[in-house]
Design a protein around this ligand. Sequence first.
Ligand code: BG6
Length: 517
Amino acid sequence: MSVLDQAPPEINPLQDPLRFARRVPPCAIVIFGASGDLSRRKLLPSLYRLFYERRISQNFAVIGSSRTPMSDEQFREKMRESVSKFLEDAPFDEDVWKSFAQTLFYVPGDMNKPESYEDIRKKLDEVEKSHQTAGNVLFYLSTQPSYYAEAVLALGEHHLNKGNGWRRIIIEKPFGHDLASAQKLNEEIHKVFAESEVYRIDHYLGKETVQNILAFRFGNSMFEPLWNRRYVDHVQITAAESIGVEGRGAYYQEAGALRDMIQNHLSQVMATVAMEPPSVFDAENVRDERAKLLRAVRVMKPEDVPKYSVPGQYGPGYVAGQLLPGFREEPSVSPDAQTDTYAAVTFFIDNWRWAGVPFYIRSGKRMPKRVTDIAIQFKAPPLGLFQQETKTGPREVRPNILVVRIQPEEGISLRFLSKSPGSGMRVRPVSMDFNYGSSFGERSPTAYETLLVDAMVGDPTLYTRQDMVNASWQIVQPILDVWANTKFDFPNYAAGTWGPKASDEMLARQGHVWRIP
Ligand code: BG6
């Protein structure tokens, strides 16, 4: 029996702020940049999966658009290949695909040409009738970022921002290249779309484990009393990747790790870890708290930048036993590139809860493994009654660390001291583990599945708001400015290692060490 013959699963009401099995209302999605990587790897596989789970109805249509000339049939075939290849831990079902493919259309076009927008309008009119999409349209900008402003203005000129139903727009990262360009982009977008119609995507916010931070903090009462400067010594947020720049050398050379990961994803993760509890769990209250937190992060003075931030760039080295080239030897990268493929920053949050607690954030390419986690390190007990035996003699231990593992093995573990069996009070750290996979035994939706549904349902909780984007640019801008005017002696770490020595020294100055995740 195919899934199409099965009854749809029982679901809870649509507009549910707690996001139980939400279903999508009739609508059309227009994807600009439809033949690009993001569309093939993430967007179409996510939409297919939602269709498979019957969270998207038949009153739905995808209109892909990009410069490549293609017919609807060719587009469907190309997407079929991508979906079957990139679908994450889910089966590909031919029958479901056949129905899903009937919702896919393609409009070739150049975003600089007015005719392209007219062609899209015609197609939208057609699908509104043929697929009863109720005039609701979600635009998805997945093109080169330099086209964003132009495309939005053109949508306005061709009156595509208004229609029979709602209109919304998802804007992919990077949102601007610095604070000034992000502000300018916001201004341009607001000429055409109201803030409530703008969905700036940060896929980290859609990850199950990042959402779980809120459930963990605010759904339990035992952690929140400890979640402050009185008990927390410092926080480490790590996003390490073993991959290099994977054919994205040209983009990455201009971006660098600080822009690519810290300005957006990791500052949102920090905000989620450190924000105050919202009084109500809804979009504006949650986003208000995240924004407030980001505004409380201390903006560095230029003279403090070398003390509190470290850039790195990988040279050749071994990952999993394989010798890999350095960043400067990667395709489309200049041999004297000053790009940071690693960045570590110490942030301080100037509010009552966190004053004086360092938040260390690091992200790098070509690290020994792929791992993203958050470690809350608690203060040592006031009296060191016990010492841990080590090969080099007894030492005092910092016993309590709470680790939230975002990926790849999603879960939470709490480390504490325990007496070792045998005579004498020998102690050693042990840990209590929660693992998503084994506890729930079911597949989690991917970040893009969650976020696409939310945008179609009209819930922006997990999307970034204008003030959040500005605040996160504000905190990295002084670092970007100082780094842009400094000549670094790169490469300063070998591929397959945990980053430059200077990063360890940054923590050592405060009496801390990076955990090996
Ligand atoms: C993207 C960055 O936003 O996030 C990439 O541009 C990075 O460079 C990716 O590899 C990491 O995402 P994830 O979900 O694999 O951790």
